[in-house]
Structure formats: structure tokens, C-alpha cells
Design a protein around this ligand. Structure first.
Ligand SMILES: Nc1ncnc2c1ncn2[C@@H]1O[C@H](COP(=O)(O)OP(=O)(O)OP(=O)(O)O)[C@@H](O)[C@H]1O
Ligand SMILES: [Mg+2]
Length: 223
């Protein structure tokens, strides 16, 4: 599903250069739920940003379903992000002045899904992640952290992505809510057959995924 070949990212500045991702190669199968662990600064977020085409690599290739992402032009990259990838962030990144249901509808709007269908699908996704009817119209500020993360998972699923990239999705939650969000991702990986890559500090959580990649100083550790 996903293949990464000799991927590197070097950040250059006046003070010198940092190799945040250093010649990484791996592949992930369709429907696999994999975790990425490593100490702070080991390159986890940089790797995820490269996979989501939020940043471009210094070297190497990313291939998804036989399509090489690296080297695509801007418009094609936007298209790739919208249709193929769903993002989940530690701080939820919901739009504060939109309701829960509107937040989930937003990516579908960008993907030109008809309005009536958008609302229907958004409600169904929110139901799947356990957001009850009376909370659909609430803005993020009136939802708990765990609820906001549920909404952001529903949003990530809006355009039926092939790949979900989650950077510390449980990082701001207590362990009970963190486990719930994790189990939810797991369940969705199964039911929607979505490939999921999750960055986590929590080794308990990592131990429950299909496979764990360990990063150290931008390099993939051999196990
Ligand atoms: N835009 C940037 N410009 C310069 N250096 C950067 C940039 N982004 C990241 N880095 C550096 O690249 C390295 C990897 O950073 P990254 O954010 O990927 O780490 P991380 O594993 O996600 O850490 P954390 O667990 O703290 O989130 C670090 O040394 C960081 O300082
Ligand atoms: Mg990070």
C-alpha cells in the first residue's frame, strides 16, 4: 500500500543543518495499523509530514498504491492530500467557529461532495465515533478533549482516505480516554479497511498495534 524508499529530510539554516529523517526505507500493507515511536526530536512528526505531503523530502520516494507522490506538482499534491490521506493531530485542529457536524463536512466540501450527502455522511461518521445527537451542533469549545478528538477522527474519515496519519492522537488525553480513542482507531482500521500510521510516546499503545517502527536520530532502528 505504502512504500518508502531512502527517504531523507534535511533542514538547513544559518546555524547548520539537521537531518531530521535519515535514509529511511519501509513498507506498510493495506489495512495495517502501525505505530512509530522514538524520543523527542527523533523525526517522527517530520516523517509523518512527508508521508502526508505537508512537506517535501530532500531525497527519496514515497509510493502509494503504485503512485509516486514525491515529484507531484502542487495541485496534484493538494488532490492527493484531500482524497488519500486523513490527518489526526494531538491538539485536534478543529475549526473553532464551526459545529462538530460542520467540521466533519468541511473536507467533503473541498472534495466537491454534494451538500445533502455531506451532512448525511458527517452525521453517520459522528455516530460511529460515539458523538451523540445533542452534541452535533456544538462548537469544539463546548466539547471535552476526548470528544474533540472523536470529531477529528470522524473528519479524518470524511473522504474515505486510504491512509490515516495520526501524530500523538492521545497525547492530550488521560489514559482512559486515550485508550478509548486508540480502540476507536483500531476498530475503524478494521471496518473501513484503512491503513493507519500512529505516532505515540505510549509504549503500551504501540505494543497493541500490528507493527512498531522505532526512530532514533532520524534513522529507522532494526529490531
Ligand atoms: N521546520 C524545521 N526547521 C528546522 N529543524 C526542524 C524543523 N522541524 C523539525 N526540525 C528538527 O528536526 C528534528 C526532528 O523533529 P521532529 O519534530 O520530527 O521530532 P519528533 O520525533 O516529532 O519529536 P517530538 O516527540 O518532540 O514531537 C529535530 O531536531 C527538530 O528540531
Ligand atoms: Mg512530533
Amino acid at each position: 500500500m505504502l512504500q518508502v524508499n531512502n527517504l531523507s529530510k534535511v533542514f538547513r539554516s544559518e546555524g547548520g543543518s539537521v537531518t531530521a529523517v535519515d535514509d529511511i526505507s519501509f513498507s506498510v500493507d493495506d489495512g495495517e495499523f502501525a505505530s512509530i515511536v522514538g524520543t523527542s526530536g527523533s523525526g517522527k512528526s517530520t516523517l509523518l509530514a512527508l508521508l502526508g505531503a505537508l512537506d517535501s523530502p530532500t531525497n527519496g520516494d514515497i509510493i502509494i498504491d503504485d503512485r509516486t507522490i514525491t515529484g507531484l506538482r502542487d495541485r496534484q499534491l493538494v488532490d492527493y492530500r484531500r482524497k488519500t490521506i486523513g490527518f489526526v493531530f494531538q491538539n485536534y485542529n478543529l475549526v473553532p467557529n464551526l459545529s462538530a457536524v460542520e467540521n466533519v463536512m468541511l473536507p467533503m466540501e473541498y472534495a466537491h461532495v454534494p451538500a445533502s450527502e455531506r451532512r448525511k455522511r458527517a452525521k453517520k461518521l459522528l455516530e460511529q465515533v460515539g458523538i451523540t445527537d445533542e452534541k452535533l451542533q456544538r462548537k469544539p469549545g463546548r466539547l471535552s478533549g476526548g470528544e474533540q478528538q472523536r470529531v477529528s477522527i470522524a473528519r479524518a474519515l470524511a473522504n474515505k482516505p486510504k491512509l490515516i496519519l495520526a501524530d500523538e492522537p492521545t497525547g492530550n488525553l488521560d489514559s482512559e480516554n486515550g485508550t478509548m480513542i486508540f480502540d476507536l482507531l483500531h476498530k475503524l482500521a478494521r471496518s473501513e479497511h484503512t491503513t493507519i500510521l500512529v505516532v505515540t510516546h505510549d509504549l503500551d499503545i504501540a505494543g497493541r498495534t500490528d507493527r512498531t517502527f522505532k526512530l532514533k536520530d532520524g534513522k529507522l532502528q532494526k529490531k
